[in-house]
Design a protein around this ligand. Structure first.
Ligand code: GCU
Length: 407
């Protein structure tokens, strides 16, 4: 496995399992009054609320309610997209009344030739909708920003650059729809991004200061707004929308699922530190590193735990537990040691007690599985051979998972 240090890491990360350190995870089933949670009703009635509140206070900040004047304008419908396999819809989700405020441009593919409402995978893309496919009908994402130069650039030449991350045809052939939008539509991903994102433009209507939440919070909230649209779409089975994301967008997907129980399931693809990986483990990326390099991703308070991560009142297993009892998939990659695959596995493992309250089985094993083997039940896990990415192998496991647990 590659233990390459990203060029931007200030210190050499630890990749030695023997030096991970000793830590104790907060008990998911013990509430702040030291009372044991024994039933799903106890969990939902008190402990779950407490855990969600702790994540708001210490990690991600507020998760506002729906935008009250949200409305949807269909921009383009292609009823014979993807070689005739799909209906492609492009819908602008306006987050305020009128047409001047911020919007999310949603790209939705649903299988053609079916009268049934379909389950849908929904998630942000990194580089604009036009990167998802070479299809010329896809509108260029207007907010697309080059994160190195912070310039908006004419993105036409990069059409389809991320096609391998979005196997649309395969998903359609298996009866799934796929919904995606560019994450920069709600907040550009850099420390000053809040100034031109919804943490500014919606501050009044949501009654929140920019520092009351964070970039991951804004991206997570935006995923819920995509679901608001999907609930109105006649081709979509809105009770079967699985939220997913890769890496930083996997962190956002987990936070969205934690807050918005309308999502039928959640998939974390290589989400790592601040997502599915146990923060208390000193392995790969650390809390210190992430809050220094990406200060906008979390609220200020989170950074204060860099000095002693054991003081953090939550950890990744609790973020995962907030998805219970819904199907949860955590995936790692062998060459993505930066994201701490073992830490991701352990978080999934330690979410099991909450799933057990509902009679749901988790991973069912205690040691990491061999690469390229999907394991588990309502909680699943695999570690794919290869680099930090979301690839066809990953999607094939997600399709099987959805076939068995969501469809
Ligand atoms: C960096 C960052 C990770 C993040 C990743 C990504 O590597 O340190 O926390 O998940 O970028 O989003 O690809």
């Amino acid at each position: 496995a590659s233990t390459a240090t990203p060029a931007f890491a200030q210190e050499k990360p630890n990749y030695d399992e023997a030096k991970v350190g000793v830590y104790q995870l907060p008990d998911p089933l013990l509430n702040s009054h030291q009372k044991k949670v024994r039933t799903a009703a106890d969990w939902e009635g008190s402990r779950r609320k407490e855990v969600l509140q702790l994540f708001k206070q210490h990690v991600f900040g507020q998760f506002p309610g729906q935008a009250k004047d949200i409305h949807f304008v269909t921009q383009r419908i292609d009823s014979s997209a993807v070689e005739g396999l799909a209906i492609a819809k492009q819908v602008r989700i306006y987050l305020t009344a009128g047409k001047k405020g911020p919007f999310i441009d949603l790209l939705l593919y649903v299988p053609a030739h079916t009268s049934e409402r379909v389950p849908v995978f929904a998630g942000w893309n990194f580089n604009g909708n036009h990167n998802v496919s070479t299809d010329e009908q896809i509108l260029i994402s207007q907010n697309y920003l080059d994160l190195l130069t912070l310039q908006k650039k004419n993105a036409a030449p990069t059409r389809g650059n991320q096609e391998k991350n979005w196997p649309v045809k395969t998903l359609l052939q298996h009866g799934y729809g796929v919904a995606t939008a560019y994450y920069g539509d709600v907040e550009p991903d850099h420390p000053q991004g809040w100034k031109t994102g919804i943490r500014s433009s919606l501050a009044k209507s949501l009654q929140l200061k920019y520092s009351d939440w964070c970039a991951i919070g804004a991206w997570a909230w935006g995923l819920s707004r995509m679901l608001d649209y999907l609930q109105t779409d006649n081709n979509v089975d809105a009770g079967k929308v699985i939220v997913l994301g890769h890496s930083r967008l996997g962190k956002a997907a987990l936070w969205a699922a934690a807050n918005d129980t309308r999502f039928a399931g959640v998939i974390s693809n290589n989400s790592g530190e601040g997502g599915a990986a146990i923060a208390r483990r000193n392995y790969g990326e650390t809390l210190q590193f992430i809050t220094t390099t990406f200060p906008h991703w979390f609220i200020e308070k989170y950074k204060s735990y860099a000095a002693d991560v054991n003081k953090l009142p939550v950890d990744a297993h609790l973020l995962l537990a907030l998805a219970a009892p819904r199907p949860l998939y955590v995936a790692s990659a062998t060459d993505d040691q930066w994201a701490d695959p073992h830490g991701e596995f352990l978080a999934a493992k330690n979410a099991e007690p909450v799933y057990a309250l509902y009679g749901k089985k988790g991973l069912g094993i205690t040691q990491m599985p061999a690469p390229d083997t999907s394991i588990g039940n309502t909680i699943r896990y695999h570690i794919r051979t290869g680099v930090h990415d979301i690839l066809l192998f990953d999607w094939m496991q997600y399709i099987r998972f959805a076939d068995e647990l969501v469809r």
